[in-house]
Design a protein around this ligand. Structure first.
Ligand SMILES: Cc1ncc(COP(=O)(O)O)c(C=O)c1O
Length: 372
């Protein structure tokens, strides 16, 4: 029997019809856009992210696009992004007409290397461009090193944005994701630790004026009333049905995070002598959006696991500076770690409903695939 990589059916069973009832309430209300569930969700997310202003929106990618627009980023501006990430981080920068400047990552956490950022900012910005900000990504659920990054960024006079698509619910030194950078974006893509039943996302900011610009941007640049347009915006709203789904899932989210942590600890213990297991830095907590090991002969290991009905995934096989659509933005900067990790990472099944019996099957499979 094939093991599911993530198990949304088990989650739905646990909620025992709660999601279906919540969706039906929205259908009966007819408030499909800007319904009361969207406001309730924003309040709940604000409570969980240190009290910032939350603007729910249509996806994690749109959250990045709108945040860059709200900060006034555009042509001639350079934005630092890690090369080892999901494409959406760099894509948003290019979409609004700015230029991504790629920075390397750490091999142990896969997150942006502050040393590489400092080096690239000093020597790797193409001439004629003005550096304005850096987007760090909390890859696989662990926050980047925001306190170090923010002090370097402050010296350079650039802002810090957190792409927390995978890390909503994590923390650094007991401060929640959402309060670690000037702007935080997240995604509710169904496979995320907090996922809806379609596309969705949110932005968290501490600045009220920025929040009001974001609210206008997500609704076609609306001004004082619906058909007054004070800026060029987009349709970036979160559907009420998706907000209702998320409110139901938030009822069990904390317990799910604990369960994910338990799964990760068990994997750590059983696999640390066999493969390179992920590192979580002191003071940080992860949502364990992915449990990603590093192995030699990655394709052979993945094939051997596949034969035993154990699915794996590669997040991400090609660093962004090597992607055809982005190669024109590649510079001379050294991105060697991004290249190495993209050829050795392998994500194992990870979700809160993995039983210890199934986990043992996965652990045995990895041990035998690596040994064989
Ligand atoms: C790191 C990262 N950034 C951005 C995104 C984009 O989010 P979405 O798929 O909601 O647009 C994702 C998720 O897919 C992601 O993992």
């Amino acid at each position: 029997m094939t093991i599911p990589f993530i198990d949304l059916a088990a989650q739905r069973d646990r909620l025992d019809g709660g999601i279906e009832r919540a969706v039906e309430r929205v259908i009966r209300s007819g408030a499909f856009i800007d319904g009361p569930e969207v406001d309730l969700l924003e309040e709940e997310l604000s409570r969980r992210s240190g009290g910032g202003h939350v603007v729910a929106c249509s996806s994690g990618t749109d959250a990045l696009v709108m945040s860059l627009l709200a900060l006034g980023v555009g042509p001639g501006d350079a934005v630092f992004v890690p090369s080892f990430t999901f494409v959406g981080t760099a894509e948003a920068v290019v979409l609004i007409g700015a230029t991504p400047v790629f920075v390397d990552v750490r091999s142990d956490t896969f997150n942006l290397s502050v040393e590489s950022f400092v080096e690239v900012a000093r020597t790797g910005v193409p001439s004629g461009l003005r550096p304005v900000g850096v987007i760090a990504v909390d890859l696989f659920g662990q926050p980047a090193e925001y306190s170090r990054l923010r002090s370097e960024a402050a010296e350079m006079g650039v802002w810090v944005m957190a792409d927390a698509a995978q890390s909503f619910g994590a923390s650094a030194d007991d401060r929640p994701v959402g309060s670690l950078a000037e702007v935080t974006t997240t995604s509710f893509y169904p496979a995320k630790p907090l996922g809806c039943y379609g596309d969705g996302g949110a932005i968290v900011v501490s600045d009220a004026e920025l929040a009001s610009r974001l609210r206008s941007l997500r609704s076609h640049g609306a001004g004082g009333h619906r058909y007054e347009h004070t800026r060029i915006g987009l349709n970036g709203r979160l559907d009420t049905i998706q907000a209702a789904v998320l409110l139901e899932k938030l009822k069990i989210f904390d317990e799910e995070l604990v369960a994910r942590r338990q799964v990760a600890s068990r994997y750590d213990e059983a696999l640390r002598d066999v493969v390179t297991v992920p590192t979580v830095l002191n003071g940080l907590s992860s949502t364990w959006a992915q449990y990603t090991i590093r192995v030699d002969r990655r394709d052979d290991v993945a094939a051997a696991l596949g034969e035993r009905g154990i699915p794996t995934a590669i997040h991400y096989p090609v660093p962004i500076h090597r992607q055809p659509a982005y190669s024109s933005f590649a510079t001379e900067s050294h991105l060697g770690v991004s290249e190495v990790v993209s050829s050795t990472v392998l994500s194992l099944p990870m979700h809160p409903y993995l039983t210890s019996v199934v986990q043992d099957r996965i652990i045995d499979g990895v041990c035998s695939a690596v040994g064989g």
